[in-house]
Every structure is written in structure tokens, then in C-alpha cells.
Design a protein around this ligand. Structure first.
Ligand code: NAD
Ligand code: FES
Length: 260
């Protein structure tokens, strides 16, 4: 159960695992996530399902090695089993034909963006994706995003690939060029804060997918609470996506920093 059937390094510290999980593959939709543990004593790690193949019964998870638990998970190899895997969790992304959609992924946030880009494209939207990273080596899933977008803008902080600048600079160029009907932003909290400030300024309805700390993933523990529109919401059951213009990003960043 939960056997790893393929492992690929997308960058030095970012690993793609394809895992046998037929029931999750069959029932998941864009935006859903799973909670995994690499071993019995491992922390519970929430990961958005980056892709699912119903016929093969396989899901794809993309993991950035940032601490002990993610290191244990990324150290697993083909043939190993993930100790436990619960899901699909959370609310699926609301998909409809909006018109022209700006899909913005920063760093590893491009992984959860991929299924949303696919679903938005399949629903008949014109999808313009802006993917950004610190440098060329950290740009992930470029081909997959390209296959499902009408246009892809690549931004790197150091200018080693695509255009030099932050994700927001790429977004700004597109927004100033044409009418955008809807936007999605996924990445570090600081990026989502500035990306949503930009789309708010241009009155573009936007959702952001939050990376709050999670424990149970079922609305019981409160670890994932965030403030949206002045109300407390639980990322695991009310999210992970929320109206980007209503999120208290400073509180989210403070809570994330508390666990560093
Ligand atoms: P990173 O720090 O390399 O940033 C990625 C891009 O975000 C940058 O290249 C830049 O374009 C943009 N960015 C960063 N700061 C910005 C700012 N002040 N204004 C505008 N744009 C800015 O990203 P990383 O190291 O790949 O990401 C790690 C973080 O992403 C972790 O905190 C992780 O928890 C989070 N993450 C979030 C999600 C999610 O669902 N929201 C998913 C995966 C990872
Ligand atoms: Fe416990 Fe959301 S993770 S309430």
C-alpha cells in the first residue's frame, strides 16, 4: 500500500514521488490534498496532489526538503511504502469558465498550481501562467504548465532564466496588457500577499491556496486556523483556497514562523 513507483528530482531539494493510491486517485479533484507520514514517528505533512492517474491508480506528490520530516519523505525510494497517506482532504478548487485566467506559481507553489491550471484549461479558459523561482534550477514543471496554458511567463529573481524579477512583475506586465477575469496565486505567503495586493488594485477576483501548518487535517485541532474576511477559518476543511483579497497574510506568516 502507498508504494512509491517513481521518484524524480525536480531540483536539488525538490522531489516528485509517484505513489500507488488507487482510491485517492479515483476520488481527488484539483485543489485536494493528502496528509502523509514517512514513518511511524514522522510529522504529518500536508501536500497538495499535483497529479492523478485514475487508470494506473497513481497520485503525484511534489515535496520540498525543508526539515527532518520532509527529508525522511524525500529519502524514500522506488519500492518503499509511505507509512500512511490520508485523503483526499480539503475543498476542491471551484472551476468554471471565467474567461482569461492568470495562474501564478512561486517556487514549489507551482506544484499545487498544476492541477488547477489543467482544470481551468479543460473548462475552456484562456490560461496565462506566470511561474517564478529564485533561479533557473528551481523552476519546476515548466513543460507540464506549458502543455496546459495558452501562454507561460517565466520569472527568476536573478534573471538566470526567463525574465528577471519577482512573480508580481510578470503578473503586472500581463495585467497591464490585457483584461484578466480571474487569478490564482500559490507560493510562499509573502508572495501571495503581494500578488493579491496587485490583483486587488486591478479588481481581479483572486484565490490563494494557503500552506498553513496542519495536524489532524479534519477540523479538530485548530492548528491550521487563518483569518479570512475577519473570520476564523480552518485551512484543512474550509480551504486550502480562499478569497485572496480577504486573507490576513501577516497573521499567517506569524503563525508559520512560530514553527521554524
Ligand atoms: P521562494 O522563496 O523561492 O519564492 C518563490 C517566488 O515567490 C520568488 O521567486 C518570487 O517570484 C516570489 N516572491 C517571493 N517573495 C516575494 C515578494 N516579497 N513579493 C513578490 N513575489 C515574491 O519559494 P520556495 O522556496 O520555493 O517556497 C517555499 C515556500 O512556499 C514555503 O514557505 C512553502 O511552505 C511555500 N509553499 C506554499 C504552498 C501553498 O500551497 N501556498 C505550496 C508549496 C510551498
Ligand atoms: Fe487541525 Fe485543520 S489541521 S483543524
Amino acid at each position: 500500500m502507498n508504494t512509491i513507483i517513481k521518484k524524480t528530482f525536480l531540483s536539488e531539494k525538490v522531489v516528485r514521488l509517484e505513489i500507488e493510491s488507487p482510491l485517492v486517485a479515483k476520488s481527488c479533484k484539483a485543489g485536494h490534498f493528502v496528509i502523509v507520514r514517512a514513518c511511524a514517528t514522522g510529522e504529518r505533512i500536508p501536500l497538495t496532489i499535483a497529479d492523478a492517474d485514475v487508470e494506473k491508480g497513481v497520485i503525484t506528490l511534489i515535496i520540498q526538503q525543508v526539515g527532518i520530516s520532509t527529508a525522511k519523505l524525500t529519502a524514500l525510494n522506488v519500492g518503499d511504502e509511505v507509512y500512511d497517506l490520508v485523503g483526499p482532504l480539503g475543498k476542491a478548487t471551484h472551476i468554471e469558465k471565467f474567461g482569461t485566467v492568470l495562474a501564478c506559481g512561486g517556487g514549489v507553489g507551482t506544484a499545487p498550481l498544476l492541477p488547477i491550471v489543467k482544470a481551468l484549461k479543460a473548462a475552456g479558459n484562456r490560461v496565462i501562467s506566470v511561474i517564478a523561482a529564485k533561479n533557473k534550477d528551481l523552476i519546476i514543471l515548466e513543460d507540464e504548465i506549458l502543455q496546459n496554458s495558452d501562454e507561460v511567463v517565466i520569472m527568476t529573481d536573478d534573471g538566470s532564466y526567463g525574465e528577471k524579477g519577482l512573480v508580481t512583475e510578470g503578473m503586472k506586465k500581463v495585467i497591464e496588457r490585457e483584461k484578466i477575469d480571474f487569478a490564482v496565486t500559490i507560493g510562499p505567503a509573502i508572495m501571495m500577499k503581494f500578488a493579491s495586493a496587485l490583483t486587488k488594485e486591478h479588481n481581479i477576483p483572486t484565490v490563494a491556496s494557503l500552506n498553513a501548518i496542519m495536524v489532524d487535517g479534519t477540523g479538530m485541532c485548530g492548528a491550521c486556523r487563518v483569518t479570512v474576511g475577519g473570520k476564523t477559518r480552518f485551512t484543512c476543511i474550509d480551504g486550502p483556497e480562499f478569497d485572496a483579497h480577504q486573507i490576513d497574510y501577516d497573521e499567517l506568516m506569524m503563525r508559520l514562523a512560530g514553527y521554524n
